[in-house]
Write a protein that binds this ligand. Structure first.
Ligand SMILES: Nc1ncnc2c1ncn2[C@@H]1O[C@H](COP(=O)(O)OP(=O)(O)OP(=O)(O)O)[C@@H](O)[C@H]1O
Ligand SMILES: [Mg+2]
Length: 136
């Protein structure tokens, strides 16, 4: 049996990032992730959430607990209707930033998570989907 449990959190300021960290800690602890993976997931979510606050002003994070037979994981979708990313390959490079950042966010997220998929359209917005699987 495949089943899904999901929820949604609006992202519009730093306070929302605190909420995201709190709920993700609860979910991942309940799921049985080890401490290092919990930190990875929360760090990745903070980076993507902060990018939304900075570049898109607001957006939504949807969390999904994935259960595929005996494999369990967490999927986080970050969706915004902001300016979009014109060159995703470039944006993924460590050190690339159009803002005042270090440009380490996206490349860091890729390193921390098991899967990462970016889709974006200039003038329309960005969706970034990340996943982490629970190792049994
Ligand atoms: N949600 C988004 N909407 C529009 N552009 C984005 C979004 N997220 C990232 N970007 C673009 O991708 C670039 C790289 O993002 P990344 O998070 O790697 O670095 P940064 O935010 O510039 O710096 P850092 O995260 O290290 O503080 C950003 O400078 C920005 O141009
Ligand atoms: Mg960033």
């Amino acid at each position: 049996m495949n089943s899904e449990i999901k929820g949604e959190i609006e992202i519009n300021n730093e306070t929302a990032l605190v909420r995201i960290r709190r709920i993700l800690r609860k979910i991942t602890e309940t799921m049985g992730f080890r401490t290092t993976d919990i930190t990875r997931i929360i760090t990745a979510a903070s980076e993507l959430g902060r990018n939304i606050v900075i570049y898109a002003k607001n957006g939504v994070m949807t969390w999904n607990i994935l259960t595929h037979n005996d494999e369990k994981g967490i999927q986080l979708d970050f969706k915004d209707n902001g300016p979009g990313i014109s060159d995703i390959e470039n944006a993924m490079k460590p050190g690339f930033s159009t803002g005042n950042g270090q440009g380490m966010g996206l490349s860091g997220v890729k390193r921390l998570m098991d899967e990462m998929k970016i889709t974006s359209e200039v003038g329309k917005g960005t969706t970034i989907i990340i996943k982490k699987w629970l190792k049994s």
